[in-house]
Design a protein around this ligand. Structure first.
Ligand code: PHE
Length: 478
């Protein structure tokens, strides 16, 4: 607890949390999952979970970080002691570390694609290219494990460098410029889409809510995405909350983060689908959606190489500010728990996630089919890792909600939240009942239907195993 700095400026947490939340989740993952799941119904489930479940848990997770003022795992340990609750809650920290590691592994590979497109834009390679050329180019990237590994390596090394050097200072001023710039350029793309694409078709695709359109796994993906996009349930927000000023309002900040994050996703979705419908492209083409659609617009747009270059640089900035929040909680833990130096801790996390990321790289080429992942889980390694995060993040969020709503001493929680009694009761109702009920409902409905039904068993095993390991470590050290 001692020696933990608090960010000097009240607004810094907001900025850091927005930096963590806004990223590939909004620009790449949200449009592609929406497209694969048929549009509106997916968005409805996603939006409902953001507002009824995501925001209350965002408040809870920030609060856990701010009261403990430590990294997630050590912070959880501290809270179980001061509030005299079961040590088992500590598994929230472990589960979070597992999720962060899994997400970072594929996040860096996808960010690598953005690096590739930054290069293509700035060199003007795609100026005037047609849809066929652009989609062939993307497929050529996917077909090259070497090239993808190179970009993956560059991106993760860049993130590691920033976290290893102790972050914040430079990032803060960078974010102040890059986040608004990203939003402005998205609006430019949207306007281009409105003029040259089919915004009417996009709007009716995105905002026609017919729940029967959504497959069961679509429910799980929509809920998983709402946690993913808010960076919830894995310690990133808790780690940042540890530096949050005690004066800042938890509720107002959380609502602002969710609002900005949703706005970016919606503008990105509207822009991308206007272009998709305008050019007669496939909505359900999967992870390549953004990387095929937007370069096509930049290829035709006046000053497209420049606009596209700046756009992809900003995408990279948004991705880096998210990836550092994936590294931070695990690195901070290794430092606090094992007395490692910061660079050592970052190195361990990043090298492990880098190696794991190779599974995602090969999922798009040499291991695209016929692997053990396909026979066991009916999907590629990348899709399996995504499925695991769709389960782990809501599970972590569920445990955070239960911990904050039931296990902690409520008078202290109310003091920390700093709201009046009515708001406190509303929040507590949401984390005690609504959040847990919603997450359980989706899990119970969907998980038994998912191919490879022993995934939940595997998940629980990992949690229990990690917890047991933590107990052992504790004994051997003491
Ligand atoms: N929220 C980030 C995004 O949307 C991804 C992320 C998830 C970052 C979890 C940190 C923790 O891109």
């Amino acid at each position: 607890m001692s020696g933990h700095n608090v960010w000097t400026h009240k607004g810094t947490f907001l900025l850091a949390a927005v930096g963590s939340a806004v990223g590939l989740g909004n620009l790449w993952r949200f449009p592609y999952l929406t497209g694969e799941n048929g549009g509106g119904a997916f968005i409805l489930v996603y939006a409902l979970t953001i507002f009824a479940v995501g925001i209350p848990i965002l408040i809870a997770e920030t609060m856990l970080g701010r009261t403990s003022r430590q990294s997630p795992i050590m912070g959880m340990r501290h809270l179980t002691k001061t509030h005299k609750t079961s040590r088992a809650w500590e598994s929230i920290g472990w589960l979070g570390a597992a999720s962060a590691f899994l997400i970072l592994s594929f996040y860096s590979v996808i960010a690598g694609w953005a690096l590739h497109y930054t290069w293509l834009m700035l060199t003007g390679s795609l100026v005037g290219a047609d849809a066929q050329t652009i989609s062939d180019g993307f497929n050529a990237l996917l077909a090259s494990p070497g090239l993808m590994t190179l970009y993956h390596t560059l991106f993760i090394a860049g993130s590691a460098l920033i976290v290893g050097m102790g972050i914040h200072k430079g990032i803060e001023s960078g974010l102040r410029i890059m986040m608004p710039a990203l939003f402005v350029i998205l609006i430019v793309v949207l306007i281009y889409g409105i003029i040259n694409g089919d915004v009417g078709a996009a709007a009716s695709f995105l905002f026609t809510f017919n729940l029967s359109d959504l497959s069961l796994e679509g429910w799980l993906q929509a809920m998983g995405q709402s946690f993913f996009t808010l960076s919830l349930g894995m310690g990133a927000i808790m780690a940042y909350g540890a530096y949050m000023s005690s004066e800042a309002s938890l509720t107002r900040t959380a609502i602002a983060v969710a609002f900005v994050d949703t706005a970016v996703a919606m503008v990105a979705g509207l822009a991308i689908f206007s272009l998709v419908f305008g050019a007669g492209l496939e909505t359900g083409q999967g992870p390549g959606l953004m990387f095929v659609t937007l370069p096509l617009a930049f290829a035709e747009m006046p000053f497209g190489a420049l606009v596209g270059g700046v756009f992809f640089i900003l995408v990279l900035g948004a991705a880096i500010s998210s990836s550092i929040s994936l590294i931070e909680p695990v690195a901070a833990f290794l430092v606090e728990r094992f007395d490692m130096t910061r660079p050592q801790a970052v190195m361990i996390m990043v090298v492990a996630a880098w190696a794991m990321g190779l599974l995602t790289v090969v999922s798009f080429n040499v291991w695209a089919e016929g692997t053990i992942f396909h026979s066991l889980f009916g999907r590629s390694a990348f899709e399996f890792i995504e499925l695991l995060t769709n389960i782990f993040m809501p599970l972590g969020g569920l445990m955070i909600a239960l911990f904050a709503g039931w296990a902690l001493t409520q008078s202290e929680v109310m003091k920390e939240l700093g709201t009046n009694a009515t708001w406190f009761k509303i929040w507590r109702f949401l984390v005690r009942f609504v959040g847990p009920a919603a997450v359980s409902f989706v899990f119970l409905r969907t998980i038994p239907q998912v191919e490879g039904y022993f995934i939940p068993a595997l998940g629980s095993l990992i949690i229990v195993g990690a917890f047991a390991a933590s107990q052992r470590l504790r004994h051997t050290k003491a």
